[in-house]
Design a protein around this ligand. Structure first.
Ligand SMILES: CC[C@H](C(=O)O)C(=O)SCCNC(=O)CCNC(=O)[C@H](O)C(C)(C)COP(=O)(O)OP(=O)(O)OC[C@H]1O[C@@H](n2cnc3c(N)ncnc32)[C@H](O)[C@@H]1OP(=O)(O)O
Length: 254
């Protein structure tokens, strides 16, 4: 079964849809590999102007890391290897030289919010819930999400969202400035295409030049140090009894 669906629009959009709706589009290693491959293709292909990341189904955009798989990561080192793998992929997404969109077609939880934070724009179906809930699992964001949030939102807004570790409506996240458009969702892709049309009328060279102007600051050693230090801190919390209990509690209810 394909874990992701990658499509190319003649207008220059590549659509990457996580295709695990039965697991609320949870991210496992296969999804990571497919995302990494797609980002590399978009970077290299001059026919591609923008990358849109979404999920299939109408329940969830992405429910973060696949807990049924990642529950078996018992040591700090094992956790760090997984977290750094996806963190490196999200870093490449953040600094991709093409504009990117997270088209939030439903609930986004944990690492799903970090995936969306790596994108330039976030458009959400009305009523979607957004949850940087890692704190309630006894960990912190582990794929660079906090570092990106502090880059993209005012300090106290970002800190408030992370410390609350709550599910927040897309409408509220629009007020916070993390969501850039709340869409009816009757035809989400068409609604997204309409928002992107003004950008797509520019050449790929123009789009690339402006995105590179934006992303230069994230290529500094200082930023990379902060980004990967966050990941290390999450790996150190990973083995806590609180986190183990939280994962087991979720998996036992399923
Ligand atoms: C650094 C990233 C970090 C990490 O990697 O650990 C994180 O991402 S931390 C956050 C990890 N994610 C979660 O804690 C979210 C867990 N899921 C949920 O809270 C809910 O499933 C929700 C809100 C996404 C959707 O709720 P809903 O009631 O609509 O669905 P169910 O809970 O009944 O789930 C349906 C089905 O999907 C499976 N599922 C959902 N999320 C995950 C997941 N993250 N990993 C593995 N499997 C997941 C769930 O077990 C159900 O499976 P079933 O076989 O039908 O019982």
């Amino acid at each position: 079964m394909k874990v992701a669906i990658v499509e190319y629009d003649s207008n220059g959009i590549v659509w990457f849809a996580i295709h695990r709706p039965e697991k609320r589009n949870a991210i496992n290693f296969e999804v990571m590999d497919k995302l990494e491959e797609t980002i590399a293709m978009v970077e290299k292909n001059d026919d591609v102007k923008m990358l849109v990341i979404t999920g299939t189904g109408d329940e969830a955009f992405c429910s973060g890391g696949d807990l049924s798989k990642f529950q078996h990561l018992h040591t700090t080192e094992n956790a760090k290897q997984m977290l750094e793998k996806m963190g490196t992929i999200l870093y490449s997404l953040l600094t991709l030289s093409k504009p990117t969109v997270a088209l939030i077609n439903g609930t986004a939880i944990g690492g799903g919010c970090e995936l969306a934070s790596a994108c330039d724009f976030r458009y959400a179906k009305s009523g979607s819930k957004i949850g940087f809930i890692q704190g309630k699992l006894g960990i912190t964001t582990g794929w660079g999400g906090a570092t990106m949030l502090f880059e993209k939102l005012p300090y106290t807004q970002a800190l408030d969202i992370l410390l609350r570790a709550e599910r927040i409506s897309a409408e509220k996240m629009y007020e916070y400035g993390w969501i850039h458009a709340v869409l009816p969702g009757n035809n989400l892709r068409e609604e997204c295409r309409e928002l992107l049309a003004p950008y797509l009328s520019q050449s790929v060279s123009v789009l690339r030049a402006y995105k590179m102007a934006a992303a230069e600051k994230w290529k500094s050693d200082e930023f990379r140090m902060r980004f990967f230090a966050e990941i290390r801190r999450c790996s150190e919390l990973w083995g806590s009894e609180e986190h183990k209990r939280a994962i087991q509690s979720f998996l036992n209810k399923s």
